[in-house]
Design a protein around this ligand. Structure first.
Ligand code: AMP
Length: 416
């Protein structure tokens, strides 16, 4: 199989590792890729959000499967354009990607499908926002209605800050605060059949102890030793299948990766958000544990053949990833600094670039790279991931020191 992977972040480096490790993959092409992916795939230039450019590249390279990593190309219709050329694409149509592209649309689907989620109001002016904030009370949750790369959400006790965020965004969803540990569940689906991957937990806030602003994600681990054993079955029955059925009923089936972000509240699991693609950095840990060949799985989902796919196999043990971010991230990341020590197995590139003059590795984004490791248990995986991070030198960089710590120490408790 010839596989074209679209994207160039940490998630795509993790996908590239999985795809390149599948014996059915003869050739892996990545566009635009990154310096880490370059070790696994042939890199091609492309504007990932230009549907006709990506479709033309898929034809040119003779792709048997196109895997679309990030949300922006999906919302732009890249999967539709690839499928229009008769090539299987892993990723939902532009319309179905609205589950991520519009918080209002996602709420509408959840309500229609009877999916448990936070109560919410869509607001477009200061008056309706203020009313919604007072209706729900603190802590206040205000979400940008459109795509915001995981950074459009403000959760705060400060009513004035909540109002300011709403004013900056224009159109927002104000919702009830959900208290309880968070879980990310990835589900591979062809629109009808659906296979859950291992639940993972990510760390959204920039600082230790969940302090500071939200980010794209500062680390993750899987599996979750504290999660109730019935969790995945319950979420498949109460969330995933009703959502997929509602999308089919509307004539816009969702095929690809449905990312269910949940809070385990005293009243049971509640959906915080849907995404239409693999999450970053949870992908790094989930795929590190997946033994089933990845390209075969994604091809089955892309061709409507998932019902016939064998059950997934997982490695024993656990995986942890720790993100190294550049100075100033998330507010004003500094780029262009030289990185040393990144050339080791387990170092996944997210925002890196090669300097043309001498090939030196430079920081090129807010989240620069992550140290990803597996181990016989969570404690061992965590130690190994932090050993990788300690080996990386990047001026001004920062990382959280408490990724997976509460889980290792048994400090996560379920409410109720
Ligand atoms: P989202 O982009 O919707 O995933 O939101 C980013 C982060 O904000 C989530 O991972 C949560 O930590 C937090 N968040 C979002 N919505 C809520 C909510 N209703 N209650 C509590 N926390 C929330």
């Amino acid at each position: 199989m010839r596989v074209l992977l679209v994207g160039g972040g940490g998630r795509e480096h993790a996908l590239a590792l999985g795809l390149a490790g599948d014996p059915s993959v003869e050739q892996l092409i990545a566009a635009p890729g990154n310096p880490g992916i370059a070790a696994l795939a042939e890199l091609r230039e492309v504007n990932p959000t230009d549907p006709s450019a990506v479709a033309a590249l898929a034809v040119e390279v003779g792709a048997d499967l196109v895997v679309i990593g990030p949300e922006a190309p999906l919302v732009a219709g890249v999967a539709d354009a690839v499928r229009a050329k008769g090539i299987p694409a892993f990723g939902p149509s532009a319309e179905a990607a609205g589950l991520e592209g519009s918080k209002t649309f996602a709420k509408e689907i959840m309500i229609a499908a009877g999916v448990p989620t936070a109560r919410a109001h869509t607001c477009t002016d200061a008056e309706s926002t203020a009313k919604a904030l007072d209706d729900f009370g603190p802590p206040y949750v205000v979400k940008n209605d459109g795509l915001a790369a995981g950074k459009g959400v403000v959760v705060t006790e400060d009513r004035a800050a909540a109002l300011r965020h709403a004013e900056e965004c224009g159109r927002v969803v104000v919702e009830e605060y959900l208290a309880g540990p968070e879980v990310s569940l990835f589900v591979v689906t062809d629109g009808e059949a659906a296979l859950p991957l291992l639940p993972a937990q990510d760390f959204k806030r920039v600082g230790d102890g969940d302090t500071g602003p939200n980010t794209g994600g500062m680390g993750a681990y899987a599996p979750l030793p504290w999660a109730p054993p019935s969790l995945v079955d319950e979420v498949m029955a109460d969330v995933v299948h009703p959502t997929l059925a509602e999308m089919r009923r509307r004539g816009t089936p969702f095929a690809g990766l449905l990312y269910v972000g949940l809070a385990l509240t005293a009243a049971g699991p509640r959906v915080i958000e849907f995404n239409a693609r693999f999450g970053d950095p949870e992908t790094q840990v989930v795929l590190a544990l997946l033994e089933t060949p990845l390209a075969g799985l994604l091809h089955a989902a892309a061709t409507g053949a998932l019902a016939a796919h064998p059950p997934l196999r997982w490695r024993d043990g656990a995986a942890v990833t720790v993100v190294v971010a550049s100075e100033g991230y998330p507010a004003a990341p500094r780029t262009g600094d030289v990185i040393a020590g990144a050339d080791r197995a387990g170092v996944i590139h997210a925002g890196t670039a090669r300097r043309a003059a001498d090939g030196a590795l430079l920081s090129a984004g807010g989240r620069v790279l992550c140290g990803t490791a597996t181990g016989p248990d969570l404690a061992a995986a965590r130690d190994a991931a932090y050993a990788l991070v300690r080996g990386v030198e990047l001026a001004g960089s920062h990382h959280r020191t408490d990724i997976a710590a509460a889980a290792v120490e048994g400090r996560i408790t379920l409410p109720g």
